[in-house]
Write a protein that binds this ligand. Structure first.
Ligand SMILES: *Cc1c(COP(=O)(O)O)cnc(C)c1O
Length: 454
């Protein structure tokens, strides 16, 4: 019998987070205070984030940061996640390529997001914090954080964009079941929310508004901190448990990946699977290719510009160095909600600029076609975000078929799609469309970011 699934014992759950900042040939550009344009220090972030996360954000020195034992214990609820050889998909594609995927969908929250949620909730608890808050668009991060908060006995308030709150009630139920309070944003619980509702009582909300509300709550509530599920360096750091496990599992399988692929929203699951392998490329010149698969409708890596920009639509955050489409760029309403973000994290941006990785854009219809093929051949219905990684994998496997090369491809299955049946129903009904932003549209919003770099 051919081995399909590679699992590590609990004792092999990583003991450290891998901090790629420590070995990057060019360090990530510093976070700037938007008022003074001065680089910010970790202390400057303490009013918003817990102190350990703020320190990790800025840590360019320690290559490995020990994972607290209590966090490892919580990881053991679902880690190590399986590495799976996708024989079914290989056969359907009739490709000589060997395809593997790391299955992060087995986490209780259904995606990789729990890896950072647990770490952030733990560090808050350690600091004596009692309440945490965040925003959520589609609900995956909100669900993961709610579960992590309940693990550590923290109160969790999630500002959920009003339109999703109303259109996707099951997602708020997930948060409610895990014990948190989802609040439709804009809400009357913050100044920012009240101002928006007063100006427009029917405002349906946006991620930008939800971020402002969550940050305002964190700043004004004693013992309350804000958390984020993607983009930031410390979030990417926590996700490196994925790639560290995958490295050992690939060794068990007796192979080394020629290509590592992940879908790309703000960069956390990509960083998680890629960075531990990229270490060999930076330090030993390995030839592995790293591909970030982003939506064609929100192409920050393939068509954006590397410069400073705000992390949110309203411009409340510090200035971050990123590949950006401009913080006011409004991505088309695709089903892969987790990929609808205008920029990339700072670490990935620098690594992209320095040629350690590449990006590919994928049309929405192509992503669902790939996801359905994967479901039929491997038995897992992937999250619409993850479908982008599968589409990129299929493209590479098809190239192998043409060239006859037997490459080894590893991709990250960032989550399952069980809460996205509405999207799959539309696909099956032929109602999924593609959207390609024009150059003029992209230029218009990048011009706003250009103005911040003068
Ligand atoms: C949030 C999310 C993403 C995108 O976020 P990254 O930080 O880029 O990883 C991808 N897949 C799933 C399942 C998600 O929930």
């Amino acid at each position: 019998m051919k081995t399909k699934k590679f699992l590590l014992p609990e004792s092999e759950i990583p003991t450290d987070f891998f901090n790629i900042q420590a070995i990057m040939p060019n360090k990530p550009v510093p976070i700037l205070n938007p008022g003074t344009r001065e680089p910010m220090k970790a202390e400057d972030l303490y009013p918003i984030f817990c102190e350990e996360c703020a320190r990790q954000e800025m840590d360019t020195v320690h290559e490995y940061i020990p994972i607290p034992e209590e966090v490892r214990e919580k990881y053991a609820f679902y880690r190590c996640t399986p590495l799976v050889r996708a024989y079914g998909l290989e056969k359907a594609l009739d490709t000589p390529a060997h395809i593997y995927f790391k299955n992060e969908s087995v986490s209780p929250a259904g995606s990789h997001k729990l890896n950072s949620a647990i770490a952030q909730a733990y560090y808050c608890k350690q600091q004596g914090i009692t309440n945490i808050t965040t925003e959520t668009g589609a609900g995956q991060w909100g669900g993961a954080l709610s579960y992590a908060a309940s693990m550590f006995g923290l109160d969790c308030a999630v500002y959920m964009v009003k339109v999703s709150y109303e259109q996707k009630p099951y997602r708020r139920t997930i948060m409610g079941v895990f014990g948190s309070t989802p609040i439709a944003s804009p809400s009357m619980s913050t100044r920012a929310g009240k101002d928006i509702i007063t100006a427009n009582p029917t405002d349906s909300g946006s991620l930008g508004t939800a971020i402002s509300e969550a940050i305002e709550l964190a700043i004004n509530t004693p013992n309350c901190k804000y958390t984020l599920g993607s983009v930031l360096n410390h979030v990417c750091l926590h996700q490196t448990v994925i790639g560290q496990e995958a490295k050992k599992q690939m060794e068990m399988a007796g192979e080394e990946p020629d290509i590592v692929i992940a879908c790309f929203g703000g960069g956390s699951n990509f960083s998680g699977i890629a960075f531990p392998f990229m270490r060999d490329k930076i330090l030993n010149g390995s030839k592995t290719r790293f591909i970030a698969a982003e939506p064609q409708s929100c192409p920050k890596l393939t068509r954006g510009k590397f410069e400073y920009d705000f992390g949110d639509v309203a411009g409340y955050t510090p200035l971050l160095g990123m590949y950006t489409l401009g913080h006011k760029f409004h991505p088309a309403n695709i089903h892969a909600g987790g990929l609808r973000y205008h920029g990339s994290g700072t670490l990935v941006a620098q690594l992209m600029k320095d040629g350690y990785m590449e990006a590919m854009d994928v049309a929405q219809t192509e992503s669902f076609k790939a996801g359905v093929l994967f479901a039929r051949t491997e038995g897992i219905i992937p999250a619409p975000e993850s479908c982008h990684a599968i589409a990129a994998t299929i493209r590479e496997a098809e190239k192998c078929k043409v060239s006859g090369e037997q490459k080894t491809i590893l991709f990250n299955l960032s989550g399952h799609g069980f809460i996205d049946m509405g999207a799959y129903a539309q696909y099956l009904d032929g109602d999924i469309t593609d959207y390609v932003p024009s150059d003029a549209e992209i230029q218009k919003f990048i011009a706003d970011a250009d103005a911040l770099n003068k």
